[in-house]
Design a protein around this ligand. Structure first.
Ligand SMILES: Cc1ncc(C[n+]2csc(CCOP(=O)(O)OP(=O)(O)O)c2C)c(N)n1
Ligand SMILES: [Mg+2]
Length: 329
């Protein structure tokens, strides 16, 4: 696959580049495997894959510190893996098994981790935005220097609750980064058909919230923008908006044949902008890694994902005794 040529030599170490390569590849291979298991009928309900968008969450996570929080939409497997949640636990939740992170009772959109400060997984478009501000409110109250990353899509950015949240977040100077993952589509609707202004990051201006846009296919650019946003929040200057321009290669969910765009459009993105290929190219041309080194990483990732898939098939169905536990009633 041809990758975009990098002209500028990036100021980044070999280990750091390899880390991004590994993290993005883990998400890619995990999602491919989830797609296969879905095709085999092992995953029920909805399943929204993150393939193509890997550099967004990996770049943003690179600027986090222990105790920072993250919350996102239903397109959430990448976020879980990037913050260190167990791939086996995530996959087993997709297959609805006892070993899943929600004991097989939540599925793809409903997983959480207190330990990794991951607050879901939300199926209602935009719902995670006010919840993210709430998390940041708690940290502001405690004055603990923590930052919340509230991820949402280009489609969600047209939700009214987003602007109610912007108002309160600015008013109370909450340490929250609103990450708009602009993958150019909201289900089958292209951004230009749904969104009045092309630059979503400017929508905080009315509230006094600074914003910027970044190339979400370039993990180093995302990391740099993330560091700037985090520094703003940690300095007590209130919220920040980051619009990360990205692209999803697969349909909206596994049941979407994606007829609203051409195969050529997707192919062009894969060939010219792929985030993993860009890092691979940097590693090879910068002589940070050999083809054999990369093959070893590929093998290591494949093993992790195969192990997760095996676990997700072998773990038993939840017991009926679990039916009435973990519910609010
Ligand atoms: C309140 C609400 N309205 C509509 C839906 C149906 N729906 C699910 S995903 C989606 C599109 C959201 O697109 P975007 O925010 O761009 O996120 P992406 O799927 O591209 O990651 C819609 C309309 C929903 N889940 N919740
Ligand atoms: Mg979208």
């Amino acid at each position: 696959m041809a990758a975009r040529k990098t002209t500028k030599k990036p100021n980044v170490s070999a280990d750091e580049l390899k880390h991004y390569y590994r993290e993005m590849l883990l998400i890619r291979r995990f999602e491919e495997k989830a797609g296969q298991l879905y095709g085999m009928g092992l995953i029920g309900g909805f399943c929204h894959l993150y393939i193509g968008q890997e550099a967004v969450v990996v770049g943003l996570e690179a600027a986090t510190e222990e105790g920072d929080k993250r919350i996102t939409s239903y397109r959430d497997h990448g976020h879980m893996l990037a913050c260190g949640m167990d791939p086996g636990g995530v996959m087993a939740e997709l297959t609805g098994r006892e070993g899943g992170l929600s004991k097989g009772k939540g599925g793809s959109m409903h997983m959480f981790s207190k330990e990794k400060h991951f607050y879901g997984g939300h199926g209602i478009v935009g719902a995670q935005v006010p919840l993210g501000a709430g998390l940041a409110f708690a940290d502001r109250y405690k004055d603990n220097g923590r930052v919340t990353f509230a991820y949402f899509g280009d489609g969600a950015s047209n939700q009214g609750q987003v602007y109610e949240t912007f108002n309160m977040a600015a008013l109370w100077q909450l340490p929250v980064i609103f990450v708009i993952e602009n993958n150019q589509y909201a289900m089958g609707t292209a951004q230009k058909r749904s969104t009045s202004t092309p630059d979503i990051y400017t929508r905080g201006e009315a509230f006094g919230i600074p914003g910027e846009t970044v190339d979400g296919m370039n993990v180093l650019a995302v990391k740099e923008a993330s560091e700037k946003a985090v520094a703003h929040c940690r300095a007590g200057k209130g919220p920040y908006i980051l619009e990360v321009k990205t692209y999803r290669y697969r349909g909206h969910s596994m049941s979407d044949p994606a007829k609203y765009r051409t195969r050529e459009e997707v192919q062009k993105m894969r060939e010219e902008r792929d985030p993993i290929e860009q890092v691979r190219e940097m590693l090879l041309t910068g002589k940070h890694a050999s083809e054999d080194d990369l093959k070893a990483i590929d093998k290591e990732i494949k093993e992790i994902v195969n192990k997760a898939a095996d676990f997700s098939k072998e773990s038993p169905e939840p017991s009926v005794d679990e039916l009435w536990t973990d519910i609010y009633a």
